[in-house]
Design a protein around this ligand. Structure first.
Ligand SMILES: [Cu+2]
Length: 457
């Protein structure tokens, strides 16, 4: 829920604003709301100005603004925050207004925005508005375009939202550390014409990765490749909100990527088209059908999809290591190794060790004991058993009976009778195998198709 920090003192107003904007100098700084919960907040419908259909942010919220003359004023506070990745693990990060990532900023093409940035970090920072067409002195590269914002000070950015689209914000100041600590957010600019490619639901999230050792709380900021937590909005499955969607809705999903690698994001059961990048809207004549869209590092992608297929549809990064939580990447592959001999040999060296993984790593109904403050490598359960996922995974839940603008989790999908893959009576032991010696089919009985008796529910 929102809490109010109250107003920043007038000394900070004068110290931060002087020399940057004469127009803002006399005005009080708007209050900086803060978010305590890591749960998707309802869309923030505009109370004045041009109409638009607001976005919702997975496990996040939209930053409220106030009108001041013909300006929209926002207040970001850069500060240390505690973020729950998923129940059972919290991280000590840096973020904005109580959470990492920061709140989504929403405006409308043609708006004039004034964004106050207060620095409550132990070191200097700046904010860069990724993808925006703006005056050079508002671009936020510390040292190049502006002085860094010292700890305790407030700076103000003023620019016009020249074009609509899907943008981001992040520091351009000790960038490696500050982004590895979680400082980032999305910036959505709605078209001025509400009839331009309208959608019924508009979801937003940003991707990042963290390297946090089990039992610890602070990311290792110098890590470049070997991350343990692959997050959407600094959350991992099963802590990532589902995307509740009404059957027949036109849905837009907007994604930013400020991790150190690309993410091929895949939606099951549908075909979609990329509608927007951080460079602008993709002309309809240039779109092609996809089920996976690669989101490069330092880029945004939005896709539009007609939700015409009811059910619980997996929605995830297709790099399979990115749908895992903390795991050791130096594990040996034990598939096919006889566990009996191995267990005997390992037992001589380490009597308490447990040998596993010789038939794969699925762990039905079982999770290993763990140190404090970490998460199982794969976890989560659905109505049919363990889901065996982690990291960048959630579910788009398409339902006929959802109300417009209802974003509550509708629970598990009720499958029509006879529509779920199910076991058949088949003599599994008699399935013919390729002969390793000759490479040919063994002589004798072939698979008995008469054993199949149709699907059961
Ligand atoms: Cu990925």
């Amino acid at each position: 829920m929102l809490s109010r920090r109250g107003f920043i003192g007038s000394a900070a107003v004068l110290a931060g604003v002087a020399g940057v904007s004469g127009r803002a100098q006399a005005a009080a700084i708007p209050e900086a709301p803060s978010m305590e919960k890591a749960v998707m907040q309802p869309p923030l419908f505009p109370s004045s100005g041009p109409e638009y259909r607001p976005t919702v942010t997975l496990n996040g919220w939209t930053l409220p603004w106030r009108a001041n003359g013909d300006w929209k004023e926002f207040h970001l506070v850069a500060e240390p925050v505690e973020r729950e990745f998923s129940p059972g693990m919290k991280a000590h990060l840096w973020g904005y207004n109580g959470q990492s990532p920061g709140p989504t900023i929403e405006g409308v093409e043609g708006d004039k925005v004034r964004i106050f940035v207060t620095n409550r970090l132990p070191e200097h920072t700046t904010v860069h508005w990724h993808g925006m067409i703006l005056p050079n002195g508002m671009d936020g590269v510390g040292g190049l375009n502006q002085p860094h914002i010292p700890p305790g000070k407030t700076f103000v950015y003023e620019f016009e939202l020249k074009h609509s689209g899907t943008f981001m914000y992040h520091p351009h100041s000790d960038e490696m550390v500050q982004m590895a600590m979680g400082m980032m957010g999305m910036f959505i600019v709605h078209p001025r014409d509400p009839a331009f490619r309208p959608v019924d639901r508009d979801f937003v999230f940003i991707m990042n990765a963290y390297d946090i050792d089990p039992g610890t709380y602070v990311p290792k900021v110098s890590e470049m490749t070997n991350f343990s937590m692959w997050t959407w909005n600094s959350r991992v499955f099963p802590g990532i909100d589902p995307l509740p969607v009404r059957l027949g809705d036109r849905v837009r999903v907007r994604m930013g990527n400020l991790s150190m690698t690309n993410h091929p994001i895949h939606l099951h059961g549908h075909s979609f088209a990329v509608s927007c990048t951080d460079g602008g809207w993709v002309p309809e004549s240039a779109q092609w059908p996809e089920t996976t869209i690669d989101v490069p590092v330092g880029a945004t992608r939005a896709f539009d999809v007609l939700a015409d297929n009811p059910g619980d549809w997996a929605f995830h990064c297709h790099k399979s290591h990115h749908t895992m939580n903390a795991m050791g990447h130096d594990m040996r592959t034990l598939i096919g190794v006889s566990k009996k001999d191995l267990a005997k040999a390992v037992g001589l060296l380490a009597p308490d060790a447990m040998v596993m993984g010789s038939t794969g790593m699925a762990m039905p109904e079982m999770e290993m004991p763990m140190p404090d403050n970490t998460l199982p490598m794969m976890t989560g359960s659905g109505q049919f058993g363990p889901i065996e996922m982690g990291g960048m995974f959630t579910v788009m839940k398409i339902r006929e009976d959802l109300a417009r603008d209802d974003y509550r989790d509708p629970g598990p999908y009720k499958y029509p009778a006879g529509s779920v893959a199910a076991e058949v009576d088949a003599p599994g032991s008699e399935i013919p195998r390729q002969s390793p010696a000759t490479g040919s089919e063994p002589a004798g009985k072939t698979h008995d198709m008469k054993g199949m008796k149709g699907m059961k529910m």
